[in-house]
Design a protein around this ligand. Structure first.
Ligand SMILES: C[S@@+](CC[C@H](N)C(=O)[O-])C[C@H]1O[C@@H](n2cnc3c(N)ncnc32)[C@H](O)[C@@H]1O
Length: 267
């Protein structure tokens, strides 16, 4: 990868803001508060999210992104991957997302910022990661994307794909919303995500609250750890978001978000 720097990130912020404005204008959604928020989340607010993600990686594993071949799975508009590529020194960074229109925004923004050689995006499904060669990646990052897999079969297939593309000794880091939280992560409404779907529907009808059953599948930290272990990862550890130490006791798994890491065993 050529030398990149925080100046490149500044250029990327401008390019992303322009591309995102065009993307939402084309869809007639340019002026909404939600759009403005999405643009911020994918430009000026990225460093905070990116540095937090790297913090989890560095606490849970012995690796960093520096000089590593990195894959970001579910890369969305690509701003997170672009920030990591320009400020955390990976050898290469590839972003994969299933949505062609988001890959289009990412590719145009990176081109606009003069970063074509620093980061590449490709369309693909995380259940097979077809565009990625076996054993070609040192670190797989999955930020707020795994929860869009709503069946155990899809989750198991995706974890198998993460393992396949990692080099022996390579690391997986996933970060997403915790099932064991008080409010639904997208709507902010209380407890409906903890109820079975039929009960959640009834409660929502009675209260006006909203849920996302069927659109996302929230897992608890212990359930995620079991799933990752069963997929053949070693040294699997979890960390609640927003803390730097290992807290003890049952309460340690109740947090809005959490990170989980696992290593592809050697051999
Ligand atoms: C909330 S966005 C996160 C984007 C990015 N990781 C970030 O943190 O800024 C989730 C992304 O996951 C992608 N996604 C969902 N299911 C996927 C799948 N099966 N394969 C690849 N990408 C997927 C969606 O298209 C969406 O862009």
């Amino acid at each position: 990868m050529p030398e990149v720097s925080t100046d490149h990130w500044e250029a990327a912020v401008e390019a992303y803001q322009a591309q995102l404005r065009a993307y939402f204008d084309e869809r007639g959604r340019g002026d909404t508060v939600a759009t403005q928020r999405t643009i911020q989340i994918n430009s000026t607010l990225v460093p905070k999210r990116g540095d937090a993600l790297v913090g989890h990686l560095e606490r849970l594993t012995p690796t960093t992104l520096r000089d590593r071949d990195v894959l970001e799975v579910g890369s969305g508009f690509g701003a997170l991957g672009t920030y990591l590529a320009t400020t955390h020194g990976p050898r290469s960074l590839v972003g994969i997302d299933q949505q062609a229109d988001l890959i289009g925004v990412a590719t145009r923004a990176v081109h606009g910022a003069g970063l074509d050689d620093a980061i590449r995006f490709a369309q693909g499904d995380m259940v097979d990661l077809a565009p990625v060669a076996d054993g070609s990646i040192d670190v797989v990052l999955v930020n707020n994307a795994f929860l869009y897999l709503t069946t155990r079969d899809a989750m198991t297939a995706a974890l198998g794909a993460f393992r396949r593309v990692l080099r022996p000794g390579g690391w997986l880091l996933m970060y997403h919303a915790n099932r064991w939280r008080w409010t639904e992560p997208f709507t902010g409404d209380p407890i409906v995500h903890l109820l079975p779907a039929p009960a959640a529907r009834q409660v929502c009808r009675a209260t006006g609250w909203r849920h996302n059953h069927g659109r996302v599948k929230l897992l608890s930290p212990p359930a995620t750890r079991r799933l990752v272990r069963r997929a053949g990862f070693a040294d699997v550890t979890v960390e609640p978001a927003g803390t730097t130490g290992r807290r003890r006791g049952p309460g340690r798994h109740v947090s809005g978000f959490f990170a989980v890491a696992g290593r592809r065993p050697n051999g």
